[in-house]
Design a binder for this molecule. Sequence first.
Ligand code: COA
Length: 164
Amino acid sequence: MDVTFDAGIIIGEMTGEERETVIALWSRCGLTRPWNDPEADVALAEATENATILVARAGERIVGAAMTGHDGHRGALYYLGVDPDQRRGGIGRALVRAAEAWCRSRGAPKVNLLVRSENQTVLAFYAALGYSPTNSVSLYRTLDPERAEQERVEKAAWATAHNR
Ligand SMILES: CC(C)(COP(=O)(O)OP(=O)(O)OC[C@H]1O[C@@H](n2cnc3c(N)ncnc32)[C@H](O)[C@@H]1OP(=O)(O)O)[C@@H](O)C(=O)NCCC(=O)NCCS
């Protein structure tokens, strides 16, 4: 599914050999948190036909990546990141458009995404791409109480360390 969007940048699906590079990129982009294990998230995406990880390649180098998927009703976008020294060149937009095309090709008519409350500055990017806030409140319930307790502890430690 490789798509070329600009001179030298090709968007396609991540290979197994690129896994660690992509996770390191997401970390540089501030997308990882101690309570979310990106390796487990990647493994889950790799294990299902309903999700994929797209990468933007400039020659040998991976300069951006995103995870997308659909739940049988809507598409979803996660872990969108472009290397800090490659931003404002259209790579983020191209990754989002590629993820949208992936979701559309599987019948999903809409794409949802979550923006962390501490990441409000990214809203201008999504607005530029035609995304708008919903009138809905996002709810969740853990299906793994043990992990939820660990997450509670890690979130508290992270908030203290980051003055949040
Ligand atoms: C958000 C992110 C992926 C954008 O990637 P990018 O390659 O820089 O974005 P693009 O160059 O495709 O930007 C497309 C348009 O979005 C808007 N935009 C992008 N970054 C913006 C910013 N920081 N402030 C305001 N508008 C912005 C602009 O309209 C831009 O078009 P222009 O450059 O022609 O003006 C990148 O900033 C990033 O990795 N951020 C950290 C990780 C993150 O927050 N991810 C989203 C999690 S929800």
